[in-house]
Design a protein around this ligand. Structure first.
Ligand SMILES: [Zn+2]
Length: 330
């Protein structure tokens, strides 16, 4: 029989309105930022949740005898960057919906196929999503949130106008990296997850013009064993399920690792939010902004609350933008 605590827990309000159009929901170990009018871009962050010591009580994912059956590492500080992308887009009347999975990767990997289901990612064919069946519900909750966010976006904007991004962080530079290393590595299963137009090429072009080192997968892998950090389960599976565009973005550790990386991380978030194809994001740069050497000034209107951005300096340029022909001054 339910006691008073149970009634109270059942009645907990987990959705907080942030503004008239944006709400934050915590449910099923997911943190979900969602707009009343669905955004065209949906970003998921599966590997930057709680640390293992925050969780517990369950069986961790088994690494196997060779230690390679499960990756446990956290994509540290990817979420603050995504959170900033959201807030920067928001400030310019753009919109991005996002979900962060909070269960530590030690227990559930939100980028692996569930046991018994088809795994389209050969790189992880020997890896499990979770090894404790009690966690099955949490695993599927996360993917259901992604599916719902995308489904309503597709219904509102049309399939070809929606972009799903699975966002990660990488530490080790691949052998094909330039001497200075990659800043971003895109994963599209060699463009099989790009079904409409060229959002991958446009995004890579924009970011390259802004001075970033971007790995852009082509139709064929650059090396026999496949491209580095190629699209994982969620990107491949989601593109296949919705029949639309999905892209994985891996962010180098120099944007996330230490406190002094925060200025770089914030600029990266600003530049990603300005992605021209952002008819998706609802935000566009003017041509002058595309030159990396252009003078950049702090925009004091930017209020990014993520803890990383205490030093509110050289954030990057935010000038009048256009959205569907309408100039926005933020
Ligand atoms: Zn990851």
């Amino acid at each position: 029989m339910a006691d008073q605590l149970s009634y109270f827990l059942d009645s907990l309000q987990t959705t907080i309105p942030i503004s008239e159009r944006l709400s934050l929901t915590e449910a099923g170990f997911c943190q979900i930022l969602h707009h009343t009018v669905p955004a065209r871009v949906v970003i998921s962050v599966p590997h930057d949740g709680m640390i293992p010591a925050d969780f517990g009580h369950f069986h961790p994912r088994d690494k196997g005898p060779d230690g390679k059956r499960a990756v446990h590492g956290r994509d540290k500080h990817v979420w603050p960057i995504v959170n900033d992308i959201l807030q920067i887009a928001e400030a310019a009347n753009g919109a991005v919906d996002a979900v962060r999975f909070l269960v530590p990767r030690l227990y559930i990997d939100g980028n692996r196929a569930a046991q018994g289901s088809e795994n389209p990612d050969p790189d992880t064919s020997h890896q499990t999503a979770f090894d404790d069946d009690r966690l099955l519900g949490l695993y599927f909750n996360y993917f259901e949130v992604i599916d719902h966010l995308i489904a309503r976006a597709v219904k509102h904007h049309g399939l070809k106008n929606v972009l799903f991004i699975d966002c990660h962080g990488f530490g080790k530079q691949p052998d094909i990296a330039p001497p200075e290393g990659f800043d971003l590595i895109l994963g599209t299963d060699n463009r099989k997850t790009i079904r409409y137009d060229e959002p991958d090429r446009l995004f890579a072009g924009e970011m390259t013009d802004l001075g970033y080192q971007v790995f852009l997968p082509q139709e064929q892998p650059t090396r026999p064993q496949g491209d580095p950090y190629s699209a994982g389960y969620t990107t491949i599976n989601t593109a296949s399920v919705i029949g639309g565009n999905a892209m994985q973005i891996e962010i180098a550790s120099r944007f996330r690792a230490a406190k002094e990386d925060t200025v770089r991380g914030k600029k990266l978030a600003t530049d990603i939010a300005g992605y021209r194809q952002a008819l998706h994001f609802g935000v566009r740069y003017q041509p002058a902004d595309r030159h990396p050497g252009a003078s950049r000034e702090v925009d004091s209107h930017l209020k990014c609350n993520s803890w990383r951005w205490e030093e509110n300096t050289s954030a990057g340029v935010l000038k009048p933008r256009h959205f569907l022909g309408v100039e926005l001054r933020i």
